[in-house]
Write a protein that binds this ligand. Structure first.
Ligand code: SAM
Length: 221
């Protein structure tokens, strides 16, 4: 089943144990659906995982690439201390508008800045003197190698980058899949990580909201 199984995940009481899916997250899901956004956000178990990873390293500055309706943004912004900041980049003005509503509803507008436009343009304008502690990469997969390159200067040593969709239903490692710019982008990302002295990384496969995928966990060393 390649389809979205969000309802199943939401009602799986085992996965939901310890995962506080409160009114603001429910609102985010419903408002995103009502505005016609595609149901491709991370699942609640993955949102909580991202939040815990950010908390574990005491992240104060978080960067997200690919906002959609702000679902993962809300999970991540809740990991921040009072003086923390999250910058999230979204190509689609419509997605960014819905995300801003959802972030506002969650009471997180003061900590979250939504930048509208291609992530590569936003990254090119960022000041490398202001390092990020944590990055969640979840925008266009063809762009990942360039985004990873920016992380060399924008992420502090000891900072963490988590990249979504790195397994893509097995397509990344399937030699039959050719001439696909998203898959090529993910393959190049893995190759670059393997050749890099700035990063250490591993990929964990996930069975979640989408049937089979994976997060790559990257440490900036
Ligand atoms: N992180 C979100 C969540 O889990 O709630 C889901 C993000 S969705 C998988 C990917 C998003 O990336 C879409 O909203 C899409 O419009 C956006 N996107 C695609 N290409 C982009 C680009 N070049 N720059 C910034 N955002 C992009």
């Amino acid at each position: 089943d390649e389809g979205w199984r969000r309802e199943e995940i939401f009602h799986n009481s085992f996965l939901m144990k310890g995962i506080e899916h409160d009114e603001a997250l429910d609102f985010c899901v419903k408002n995103s659906d009502n505005n016609g956004l595609p149901p491709i956000a991370v699942g609640p178990n993955e949102g909580k995982y991202l939040q815990l990873q950010a908390k574990a390293i005491g992240a104060k500055r978080i960067l997200e690439l690919g906002t959609l309706g702000g679902y993962s943004t809300i999970w991540l912004a809740r990991a921040l201390p009072d003086d923390g900041e999250l910058i999230t980049c979204e190509f689609s003005p419509k997605h960014a508008e819905v995300a801003s509503q959802n972030i506002e509803h969650a009471g997180l507008s003061s900590k979250v800045k939504v930048l509208v436009g291609p992530a590569a343009e936003a990254l090119a304008k960022m000041d490398s003197a202001q390092k990020f502690d944590f990055v969640f990469m979840d925008a266009d997969k063809a762009g990942y190698p360039a985004y990873l390159d920016y992380c060399k200067t924008l992420v502090r040593k000891g900072g963490v980058i988590i990249m979504d969709n790195m397994v893509f239903g097995g397509r990344v490692s399937d030699p039959e899949v050719k001439d696909n710019k998203n898959i090529d982008g993910l393959r190049k990302t893995l190759e670059d990580l393997g050749n890099s002295s700035e990063f250490e990384a591993t990929t964990l496969q996930t069975v979640g909201a989408r049937s089979w995928d994976g997060f790559t966990f990257v440490l900036r060393v």
